[in-house]
Design a protein around this ligand. Sequence first.
Ligand code: FAE
Length: 527
Amino acid sequence: MAATGLAAGAVALAPTLSATTAAASPRRALNTGDRVPALIIGSGYGGAVTALRLAQAGIDTHIVEMGRDWGTATSGVFTSTTSPDKRGFWLRDRTAQPVSHFMGVSIDKPIEKYVGILDCENMGGINVYQGRGVGGGSLVNGGMAVTPRRGYFEELLPSVDSNEMYNVFFPRANTGLGVNNIDPAWFESTEWYKFARTGRKTAERSGFKTVFVPNVYDMNYMKQEAAGQAPKSALAGEVIFGNHYGKKSLPKTYLAQAASTGKVTITTLHRVTKVVPSGAGYSVEMEQINEQGGVVATKTVTADKVFFAAGSVGTSKLLVAMKAQGHLPNLSGEVGQGWGNNGNVMVARANHLWDATGGKQSSIPTMGIDNWDDAGGPAFAEIAPFPAGADLFISLYLAITKNPERGQFQYNSSTGKVGLSWQASQNQPGINMAKRIFDKINSKEGTIYRTDMFGGYKVWGDGLTYHPLGGAILNKATDNYGRLHGHPGLYVMDGSLVPGNLGVNPFVTITALAERNIATIVASDMH
Ligand code: FAE
């Protein structure tokens, strides 16, 4: 990535960037009146895969991303985890920490409004956390890179050839993302994963199975951090507000490769607001915003093909609005349907003093409790760190449950905005499934839930999700390859294709499905 030649400081000032690279032929950002062959909305997993494969097929490709470019940072770019400033949050005047309380007291504080890296989007009954910037969710996520169980994947997406997925596209995605595994011997010996070993020990004493989870964080780099041979990132607690080192986020993998073709531009701090048919293609309207979120210009360009990769919420909101406002009237009634929170529920337990979790904790999770075979309540619970700098004897978990509840995106004609119908009560099935694991552990260990971390006297962190999925389900709102029904030349490439609960962390599946779909689209639709 040194080849990209991006000075982080300079990028912070520039609203647009050419091809993520100065080394590849620099190109100007989109302007009113431009006509482009392919326009991608959003630069997360779906967008990055699409950009790379279109560019490799020789097609000039333009990404529009509403967040800023964070560069491929070295130091001083991202805010600190323990005391985030404006760089931590997307256009808020107060932080919205996922683990919002300690000792029952809110840890949130006022900040300046800024185009920060993590969005906490309140969608009525649930807060949906998403990454903002070039690289989307890859900038803020925990890097857990999980290929789903084949049987459940086949149940969820029966129209997809699973042989092809498991033989070609999941391996391709894993390679493209740079997935690797922790060295088990190091895991057993390092103080940085004591919290995970305690989580494993207490789970196994109750008869639960635990598994290692692959990650895109460079595990060799982490060993060097521990040895004092490299600047610390995971071992300095960095994760949800950006990692200065170690994590192979999309700007270091797919987007870097896409940039090196010289055929991709990224226009940052531009938010797509409208897509309407125009001649043989589409007219795409966007707002240019400043770093405080104010609209400074409106632009309209024309694209032969438009790829929606704005994430489950971003894509669903755009499509539902375009249909309701009559701009894309032929879209299927399936658009906006089938949204889920991937069954996400967080919870924390208080361990006994003899089951320490360690004052030093890596921010990158590498182990989970696998209770998916429990017919009474399937769940997979990641053993999450709580890097507070002192041993607090807390075990924190993010459970991914088989919660079957679904929400719908709906257009409100009086506000002109799209909302999500999701009630807090729809989190309850997920809580019940997670309880099957943690009630048993608490009872065996003689321990209790922490009630002070998600509010005052609140056990379950059920008001949030990191894994929004659905809203334009594959083979329902689109054909079997992401082509939107009713409007040829429009495609969905992101997490909105995935039915609302996948059973594992989603980005490997989103990447692999995008690889699968774009391979067919390039072969059949682009020439
Ligand atoms: P996404 O990565 O969200 O990219 C969409 C992009 O579109 C964003 O950059 C937006 O800013 C941009 N955008 C949206 N609307 C517009 C618009 N109108 N105009 C222009 N640009 C727009 O979508 N998943 C895992 O598999 N493992 C993990 O360990 C994990 N941990 C997570 C931790 C956190 C804190 C969070 C928030 C998420 C985590 N996830 C994890 C979820 C994962 O990051 C997410 O599923 C993917 O990023 C979704 O990929 P998409 O391509 O769908």
